[in-house]
Design a protein around this ligand. Structure first.
Ligand code: PT1
Length: 257
């Protein structure tokens, strides 16, 4: 899954047309590099980010989704928690809902069921504004697994098929580096939930903590983390650097030890 952020901090502020054109170019590149899904988000959810209104998200993502759906044959995922954005995005051509709030916003679960697309439910402790303020767990693996199992069940009860619900432990979302490492070590526990598993580790802060690298130098470490996730059962890895990750996964799959 290639990451396509359509936010002012990810594309310099040349207006919506400039943003849409830049996003199409980036999508074309990721498709060429082997991406199987393009994940489009109009709201930054990294630690400390401010929320964005549904109207702003729609203004940013809908033209981009329409353009990509028009040009490429690649599945498009919409990274949002807002039911209104979900509807507009699926209408424009998105085929997967990626929700860091695991369909907990009012109306989100019902909307996702009505839209009849697969979903990704992710674990987060707190909100993006505050989640990295000393997160605490008794047992992070058990707590995250319990949450994902509950959200998976809520989706099943609402009428979704288990294999159309993707689960994600939410690396970096209300987790210290130690928590992230424990989740990675026990990732097979989440694969055991019987739904496809997604892991998002690309360029995240834990690489800075462990290796002291700035964000523009985290590619190799990110590929290594993606490989660990794949070997522990992840079926989707959400990444910035598609070609190196794609090559590494192909290598794993042609060796399979
Ligand atoms: C993710 C994810 C996401 N991550 C899914 N969607 C982000 N399903 C956005 C840091 O510690 O893992 N899974 N959508 C990006 N969020 C972060 C979080 C970016 C933490 C950076 C950090 O640096």
């Amino acid at each position: 899954m290639g990451i396509l952020n359509v936010t002012p901090d990810s594309f310099s502020d040349g207006g919506q047309h400039f943003r849409t054109d830049a996003a199409i170019d980036q999508a074309a590149r990721m498709v060429d590099e082997g991406a199987d899904i393009i994940d489009i988000g109009g709201e930054s959810t990294r630690p400390g980010a401010d929320p964005v209104t549904p109207e702003q998200q729609i203004e940013r993502v809908v033209p981009v989704i329409e353009a990509i759906a028009d040009r490429f044959d690649v599945p498009i995922s919409i990274d949002t928690s807002d039911p209104f954005v979900m509807g507009q995005a699926v209408n424009a051509g998105a085929g997967l809902i990626n929700d860091i709030r695991a369909l907990t916003e009012p109306g989100a679960l019902e909307t996702a069921v009505k839209l009849r697309v697969p979903v990704c439910v992710m674990h987060m402790k707190g909100t993006p504004e505050t989640m990295q303020n000393e997160p605490r767990y008794d047992d992070v693996v058990a707590e995250v697994a319990e949450f994902l199992m509950q959200r998976q069940q809520a989706c099943i009860d609402a009428g979704m098929a288990r294999e159309r619900i993707v689960v994600d432990p939410g690396f970096g979302f209300g987790k210290s580096t130690e928590h992230n490492l424990q989740l990675l070590e026990h990732l097979d526990r989440f694969a055991g939930l019987g739904s496809p598993l997604l892991a998002g580790l690309s360029r995240k802060g834990m690489i800075s903590v462990l290796l002291g690298l700035p964000v523009d130098q985290r590619m190799h470490a990110s590929v290594a983390l993606a490989m660990l996730a794949v070997q522990r059962g992840a079926s989707i890895v959400r990444v910035h650097d598609v070609r190196p990750t794609h090559d590494a996964i192909r290598m794993i799959e042609s060796v399979r030890i």
